[in-house]
Design a protein around this ligand. Sequence first.
Ligand code: GTP
Ligand code: MG
Length: 223
Amino acid sequence: MFDGLSGDAFTRILDGERPEEVLESAIPFIELMSRYRCAMMEVETKLRVLDEEFSITYNRNPFETIKSRLKKPMSIVDKMRKKKIPLSVENIEKNLNDIAGVRVICSFPDDIYALAAMLVQQDDIRLIAKKDYIANPKPNGYRSLHLIVEVPIFLSNCKRYMRVEVQFRTIAMDFWASLEHKLKYKKDIDNPDDIAKELEECARIISSMDVRMQEIRNRIEQS
Ligand code: GTP
Ligand code: MG
């Protein structure tokens, strides 16, 4: 039984439970989310440290932007329901990999692999899973490198490994993914097959631009 997360907190108060008790039962969830926030900060800092070093040593930045987000409580509940797993702090931690998410937007595809390798080789990082949707794009054209990592966070009296989903993509891949995400939610599409084909074609064009831009960079660097 998962306490204190949702609209049923209100129902429980109406049913006669004391508001303080209802709020108290939300504390384990709030603590869990706080641990995820810390893990997200750890991963973001690790990547920013690499960026700092790169800009001093090689005079360039391996990524353009980095964004972190925590999954919203309602999205957590929806996902657990979809997976048909009973709601509890333990089950959430065990079954969801993307509560803490870090998205790294790189300039060139090569930077993605270089940065991902540098992150994973750090001795406190555990690599749990890797999905390379750049080498193997999704049928709809989606491209990105996804890592699920575990990172330790040091609390006042213990050390906890927390899972973080790290998505690496180029500016071009991000451009496609952002627009595709927006378009997906438009329901009044006349010809979905045609549109899917068109989107996949756009992803290919964008990907070939990534390769060409990288080749230009390589030529400039070698000259
Ligand atoms: P989720 O249950 O959605 O998290 O998917 P999953 O566990 O199968 O993992 P996957 O690596 O396929 O996708 C994780 C995340 O990648 C999603 O939550 C999105 O942020 C992103 N993503 C995956 N596929 C697509 C896609 O087709 N389009 C866009 N725009 N984003 C995608
Ligand atoms: Mg997800």
